[in-house]
Design a protein around this ligand. Sequence first.
Ligand code: BDR
Ligand code: CA
Length: 312
Amino acid sequence: MNVILDVDTGVDDAMALLLAARSPDVNLLGVTCVMGNVELKKVVPNTLKVLEVAGRTDVPVARGMNQPLNEKQYNAKGVHGDDGMGNLGLPPAQRQEEPVHAVEFLRRTLMESPEPITLIPLAPLTNIAVLLLQHPEVLPKIKQLYIMGGAIGMGNASATAEFNVRQDPEAADIVFRSGLPILMYGLEVFRQVTFTRAEAQSFIESGKPAAKLAGQLLTFFMDNFNRDAAGIGDGGCVASFIDPAGLTIESYPVRVELTGTWTRGQTVVDRRPAITAQRESAWQPPMNTMIDVAVDIEADRYRDIFRRAILG
Ligand code: BDR
Ligand code: CA
């Protein structure tokens, strides 16, 4: 399966990278970087380091947008640590990123591919929105946008908004209205694929570099949140892409709230029966989107996929 990951590495982006880089089912054509969990100047070296640990220095990495379209950059260092990678002090990577902007890398890779490619954005959607705005010719070349972002209910960045969408709501709005096939892997499923402290410790002691890094990152998350379990987050999104049968998916109109004081960045998922929406049409214009939303997940299935990839 040909894919490109778009990341803001990021503790859980690191886990997604380890999985995609080591899974025999994924042909990782490249990784594009965008600001998000930390500033772009940290995201790029973090991404290169993780791919080096995964033994995949062949995978091209490209530097993308370093600001949201129309929002202040807040980042999420309280969650991921000042360096974005749990302050583990990993050695610098031996190589540099590609000498091309991420948006151009995406355009070129898509246009040169004989087959449409799936993009897996695990970060604010700035790179993807700029790609769609500047290069609409790529639309037929995108097989699917398999997005970690949004929530049906409770948010994390705010009461109602998920971080990736809240950090760049205008970009998310452009992407959600693009008409492309979208899978929304939101917070309801994102939170569920977890490992315990004992499992993390067994990864650290495995003698495998990818597993050791995953174990250290999971342990950082547990310490940071004072818990005895932690999720692989974006890693679960990639696992579900590899094996979609463990997701329960329902299709709904979804729009991104751009203006609400308390709700900016919320993904408003219209779960009303179509007949109710029609009868109440005076209150809300048609959303004109139909998005596949992940509503439930077989977490154990994805724990296994992750475990096999990092230990294999
Ligand atoms: C998302 O935000 C980031 O902090 C994580 O890397 C993940 O992509 C979860 O809301
Ligand atoms: Ca992320």
